[in-house]
Design a binder for this molecule. Structure first.
Ligand code: WT7
Length: 670
């Protein structure tokens, strides 16, 4: 529910981090971009928020509609209907449109397996629009033959293989909303989602590969299905073909066997613009996961438009090769591996495995071999690459790269600059994209040909997005004053609800600041009009009457030469009310706890923060640690850190932790 430190949510957060570096778009890049200057962006943005209906109508006209809409928007807060009465199909716009235009032979997906083939070369597959279309139609017929009808929720739990894309597009083709579960989740997560989504069918794999080991996906499904009797059908794609996989007669079917007899003719269902396209569960920091609902027309239009603008995609550039390193099990993968990319007719690279398999240079080796032009990853990955060492990057020619993207959490300026210099060769614009599972697509981001970027800022609102930083009464706060980020107008890919929980939808997003969408992030706007995310509003800490964004302190810490990564939380403090606790991963081996070297290092880190941000931001506790408690999606579990910092017993659920042993280590770290 609402922020635990909600006392601070409405008042102003003081922003102390000053960043003066500016990176204008390279002229060479800007001249051919979709949006070529900040003036052009500003003029387009103004028009898009002043007259949204004509703006969105124009964007939506670039897609195939079986029947046109009668009204662009029907808005009854918090319920939006976009492109009312319009009939369309996501899979049709991804595949058939390219084929109809005579371009079916072009590459839609390039897939690379984690392990090499028997010849020692990495296994790469090129899937054209026509190839995908054929398999998608066949699998759509398989689903129908298994009794799946329009509106039935299909659970998908697979590794990062082309068949995952095929399964999701097949669902989209027949109007069966998919509910994709990240392949790193366990049996109980499957059970919860199957139950919540009332899904009777699961599509999975026997196993998937991760760091050359087999993740037993089918075993996990089997275990989940001992805990619910909702599922009567399981379809299994055999990826690993390992021994011991159990098949239950009547319930379990092999993908290949079903596909062998399936027809490749399957008309795309003419779906209503507001038909449910998918459910995707997002954890929220407490309670049971929320099934975020996205619908067909609005999501399609927004995902594809934002992909095109943010990455400046160009279908007519034969060298274009886009790579997003996320897993399709997250919204980033839904929107920016599949649904935003295929309608733009740009090849999307899909990688099966881990970034350090077989070595820490895997990503850079792939960028070089595939001549990747647009690359999209997360700050946590960037910091890992920094820690692994520049030599793994320097081995490779990365000169094909043109735009670099980041998403998922605030990027600290040190990581931003490293990404810019080491990966981008100081020539690639960086797009720091702020958005959420709930928003469906990018909300705040630079446009690479238009925006002068500054490290750590996600810059400007996307076209059509009316974002602002306000106090809890919804009034805009002055520049450089922290407040609550809100979106004041509806946009096409906004969530339509939480599956089965109307009240939670209304309370979570629409009641914190009445009349506005509230994503629960704190932010400020600098005098140039650039947005800075200061962290979740429940991460804001109030120290001696000053409100501080934890992210700013983390950034200051990470700019210390001995710090690789830092997480900052508040803890009860006798004098200040709230003290600042910092959990720090050091560069290289940490000095042993309690040693003079450790104490000296902590002192130097404290002094550094005081120098960067002012003494008020100086941590009261620093704990040197070798790891931070993270969920499998890479988010730091801050509530857990708060309990550790306060010396409280751990009562919360730690089952989503990537490595559970780390809790004891942190408690011992003192
Ligand atoms: C939360 C949403 C959107 C796909 C990945 C995460 C944080 C996301 C940024 C960014 C600062 C960011 C926010 C947001 N976040 N991108 N560029 N800068 N913070 O999706 O799991 O729905 O999480 O991630 O706190 O609310 P998600």
């Amino acid at each position: 529910m609402a922020a635990s430190d909600s006392s601070s949510a409405g008042s102003s957060t003081e922003s102390m981090l000053q960043e003066s570096r500016r990176f204008p778009p390279p002229a060479e890049f800007a001249k051919d971009a979709h949006v070529t200057s900040i003036e052009q962006y500003e003029q387009m943005h103004r028009r898009s928020v002043e007259d949204p209906e004509s703006f969105w109508a124009e964007v939506a006209e670039g897609f195939h509609w079986f029947e046109p809409w009668t009204k662009v928007l029907d808005w009854n807060l918090p319920d939006a209907k976009w492109f009312v009465d319009g009939k369309t199909n996501l899979a049709y716009n991804c595949l058939d449109r390219q084929i109809d235009a005579g371009l079916g032979d072009q590459t839609a997906i390039v897939w690379e397996a984690e392990s090499p083939g028997s010849d020692g070369q990495f296994v790469v597959e090129h899937w054209s629009y026509a190839d995908l279309h054929r398999e998608v139609c066949k699998f759509a017929n398989v689903l129908k033959a298994q009794g799946v009808k329009k509106g039935d929720v299909v659970t998908i739990y697979m590794g990062m293989i082309p068949q995952l894309a095929i399964a999701m597009l097949a669902c989209a083709r027949i109007g069966a909303p998919h509910s994709i579960i990240f392949g790193g989740f366990s049996a109980s997560a499957i059970r919860d989602r199957v139950e919540d989504g009332q899904s009777r069918i699961v599509v999975t794999c026997d196993g998937s590969y991760r760091r050359a080991k087999i993740v037993p996906l089918k075993d996990n499904v089997d275990e989940a299905l001992t805990m619910t009797d909702r599922v009567d059908t399981v379809i299994v794609y055999e990826r690993t073909k390992h021994d011991g996989v159990n098949y239950i007669d009547g319930r379990d079917h092999k993908w290949d066997a079903l596909m062998a007899d399936a027809s490749a003719d399957c008309d795309a269902e003419q779906l209503d613009s507001e038909d449910l396209a998918f459910i995707l569960y997002t954890s929220g920091s407490t309670g049971k996961p929320k099934g975020i609902m996205h619908t067909t027309g609005g999501y399609m239009v927004y995902a594809a438009m934002t992909a095109k603008l943010t990455f400046d995609l160009n279908a007519d550039d034969p060298n274009e090769m886009y790579w997003c390193t996320a897993d399709i099990g997250w919204i980033t993968g839904h929107s920016y591996i599949i649904y935003g990319l295929l309608p733009n007719r740009v090849p999307t690279l899909m990688y099966e495995g881990a970034p350090n398999e077989p070595g820490p240079d895997r990503f850079w080796d792939m960028v070089e071999r595939h001549q990747v032009t647009k690359f999209y990853t997360a700050p946590t990955a960037i910091r890992a690459f920094m820690k692994w060492g520049d030599e793994h990057v320097e081995k490779h020619d990365l000169s094909s790269l043109k735009v670099l993207g980041t998403v998922g959490e605030p990027i600290n300026p040190e990581a931003w600059v490293w990404y810019h210099e080491k990966i981008g060769g100081s020539k690639c614009p960086i797009v720091d994209t702020w958005w959420q599972t709930e928003t469906g697509g990018h909300m705040l981001t630079p446009l690479p040909g238009a925006t002068t970027t500054t490290p750590g800022s996600c810059c400007r609102p996307m076209l059509g997005i009316d974002a602002a930083v306000v106090n809890s009464d919804g009034e805009e706060v002055p520049n450089n004053t922290g407040g609550i980020l809100v979106v004041r107008k509806p946009w096409p890919s906004m969530l339509r609800g939480i599956y089965g929980d109307r009240q939670r939808f209304v309370e979570t997003y629409w009641e914190k600041v009445p009349g506005m969408y509230c994503p629960a992030d704190g932010a400020r706007v600098d005098p140039d009009g650039n947005f800075w995310i200061t962290g979740r509003i429940d991460d804001v800490i109030v120290v001696a009457g000053h409100n501080l964004g934890t992210m700013e302190i983390e950034s200051a810490l990470v700019s210390h030469p001995d710090v690789a990564e830092a997480a900052v939380v508040g803890f009860p403090h006798d004098v200040k009310g709230t003290g600042i606790a910092a959990f720090v991963i050091t560069q290289g081996q940490a000095p042993s706890p309690g040693s003079d070297a450790a104490e000296a290092m902590k002192k130097s880190m404290s002094a550094h923060v005081a120098k960067e941000l002012g003494p008020i931001s100086k941590p009261d506790q620093i704990r040197l640690t070798e790891a931070l408690p993270k969920t499998r999606s890479g988010k730091i579990m801050r509530r857990l850190l708060r309990d550790i910092a306060a010396g409280n017993p751990i009562t919360q659920d730690t089952t989503t932790l990537e490595d559970r042993s780390i809790v004891e280590k942190l408690q011992a770290s003192g």
